[in-house]
Design a protein around this ligand. Structure first.
Ligand SMILES: Cc1ncc(COP(=O)(O)O)c(C=O)c1O
Length: 379
């Protein structure tokens, strides 16, 4: 089936009891059993829930995996995947990942004897030469918020040489534009809060796998740790993925128009970060490994004052954390998504106080450009 067909149908059989075309919200904590050990495959809702399972099957199909597990947040999905790593092992992480990922790795999981090294991963050969031994490679591509592109197939090779796992956080592009498992990644993670749900009304996460041993462990851990996505949130994300193909086409079109507009504002904007520009260092890799460039754009206004002025003047673009909603969201990485990094770490990465990140939504793009133009005039 084509991608849009899978978005609408994968994992979503009509409800066996009523024929309801939409998977119902099975809002139950337990299931009546006919006798001891006699049940319909459902015993307790932490372990099994039909709404969550429908979403898991849907997302596994969209990412081209064999199975998927949904969690209460993107961070819970990340945490679950890291249970594949044991004390004494080493994890290499692409630099400038989402601040919450950096915080979980350095402040929580490092306590359990796992070593984390944050390295530039946009040059696979250089990483191969410098990374040393590792057991898991964790990347985001494009990276957050500087939009560096990592070559997934080349990094899969670097990981394979070490018998290490490659995990890709695919939140920024979604499977509509990029499918890392087909490029050699072992596991894909998403904050479903973002493009997959797409409506800024649910927090959730997913891990998609292709190795049955990973599926078995994650299923065991999901039940053991209990960090599950609720039935209602599962239903919301299922409703969201039905329109994923449609929405991502519009995000892509609007993203390009906004990026090109911002790049022309040379009097106010020092630099625009978007892999769709032909002179972006990762442009060719992105063309090869994805079917689009996405609608995540960062731009540098040079100072915190200028960024604050713009962010307080926009009206249609909503100032807020998060991304991937149908509405345009605009944020300040240094004080919001990347506040988990120290000032020195942000400086070293190039996440300046003048950097603004925009997640371009599906509004009429002329309205977005007019709003940004008004705000830039005030800077
Ligand atoms: C790229 C990326 N990964 C993971 C997360 C964490 O997801 P959540 O907020 O759903 O826990 C975020 C959140 O912003 C993100 O941007």
């Amino acid at each position: 089936m084509g991608f849009a067909t899978d978005c609408i149908h994968a994992g979503q059989e009509p409800d066996p009891t009523t024929g309801a075309v939409t998977t119902p919200i099975y809002q139950t904590s337990t299931y009546v059993q006919e006798g001891l050990g006699k049940h319909k495959g459902y015993e307790y809702a932490r372990t099994h829930n039909p709404t969550r399972r429908a979403l898991e099957k849907n997302l596994a199909a969209l990412e081209g995996g064999t199975d998927a597990y949904c969690y209460a947040s993107g961070m819970a999905a990340t945490n679950a995947v890291l249970t594949l790593v044991k004390s004494g092992q080493r994890v290499v992480v692409s630099d400038n990942v989402y601040g919450g990922t950096h915080r979980l790795f350095t402040k929580v999981l490092a306590q359990y004897g796992v070593e984390f090294a944050f390295l530039e991963a946009n040059d696979a050969k250089a990483l191969d030469a410098s990374a040393g031994r590792f057991d898991l490679l964790w990347i985001e591509t494009p990276t957050n918020p500087l939009m560096k592109v990592c070559d997934i197939a080349a990094l899969a090779e670097v990981a394979r040489k070490r018998k290490a796992l490659l995990v890709v956080d695919n939140t920024f592009l979604s499977p509509a534009l990029q499918r890392p498992l087909a490029l050699g990644a072992d596991i894909v993670v998403h904050s479903t809060t973002k493009f997959l749900n797409g409506h800024s009304d649910s927090v959730g996460g997913v891990a998609v796998v292709k190795d049955p041993a990973h599926a078995q462990w994650l299923q065991f851990d999901q039940n053991a740790a209990g960090d599950i996505l609720s039935p209602f949130d599962s239903w919301l994300v299922l409703r969201g993925t039905k329109t994923l193909a449609l929405r991502m086409r519009q995000h892509e079109e609007n993203g390009r128009a906004v990026a090109e507009y911002l790049r022309k504002q040379t009097g106010k904007i020092r630099k625009v970060y978007w892999p769709g520009f032909s002179d972006h260092p990762g442009h060719e890799v992105q063309r090869r490994q994805a079917s689009g460039f996405g609608s995540m754009i960062s731009f540098d206004l040079g100072s915190r004052e200028a960024a604050a002025r713009l962010l307080e003047t926009v009206r249609l673009c909503s100032l807020g954390e998060s991304l991937g909603g149908i509405e345009t969201l605009i944020s300040h990485p240094a004080t919001m998504t990347h506040a988990g990094y120290t000032q020195a770490e942000r400086d070293a990465l190039g996440i300046g106080d003048g950097l603004v990140r925009i997640s371009v939504g599906c509004e009429d793009v002329e309205d977005l450009i007019a709003d940004l133009g008004r705000a830039l005039n005030a800077v």
